[in-house]
Design a protein around this ligand. Structure first.
Ligand SMILES: [Zn+2]
Ligand SMILES: [Zn+2]
Length: 155
């Protein structure tokens, strides 16, 4: 399993990837990585777009394009929770957590879990080297579960 990355490691990983694939090393791309680095929790392209300092004048298309590149070099991961817009998450500097997905209202809750994380890190998988795990738990959030019990129909 990967150790926690320093900011320099992230920059290096991204730069190596851009160079190897002959992509341009634009300051906008690095500014987007920086913006993601500072953000806590899940995000989507629009959120990053709105948080970008105005001096960069990046388009939403550039944000999407950069998110694709960051995904390809494993610095971020894409989640698709039900029918919502795709959510992204950093793969660095985060604590292992489950995603509790409410199948009724679509709410996502993150639950850190040290016990499972330790178990997974110890687990040996033959002929395979795991780099990360994602765990989704589907069910009903407390609000939806209460509504169901009270027989209230959700529109
Ligand atoms: Zn719910
Ligand atoms: Zn998460």
């Amino acid at each position: 399993m990967k150790e926690e990355n320093s900011h320099e490691d992230l920059i290096r990983t991204f730069t190596d990837y851009l160079v190897k694939n002959k992509y341009r090393k634009t300051r906008e791309r690095y500014a987007i990585l920086d913006c993601i680095y500072k953000h806590q929790g899940h995000f989507n392209a629009e959120l990053i777009y709105n948080q970008m300092p105005k001096e960069y004048q990046v388009s939403l298309a550039t944000v999407y394009n950069t998110l694709e590149l960051l995904q390809e070099c494993n610095l971020i991961v894409k989640h698709q929770f039900g029918e919502q817009m795709a959510q992204y998450e950093k793969t660095f500097g985060i604590i292992f957590h489950h995603h509790l997905v409410c199948t009724s209202c679509g709410k996502i809750r993150e639950v850190p879990d040290v016990t499972i994380s330790k178990l997974l890190q110890k687990k040996k998988i033959p002929r395979f080297e795991p780099s990360r795990y994602t765990l989704y738990v589907y069910g009903l959030c407390s609000k939806c579960s209460a509504q169901k019990k009270n027989g209230v129909k959700k529109l």
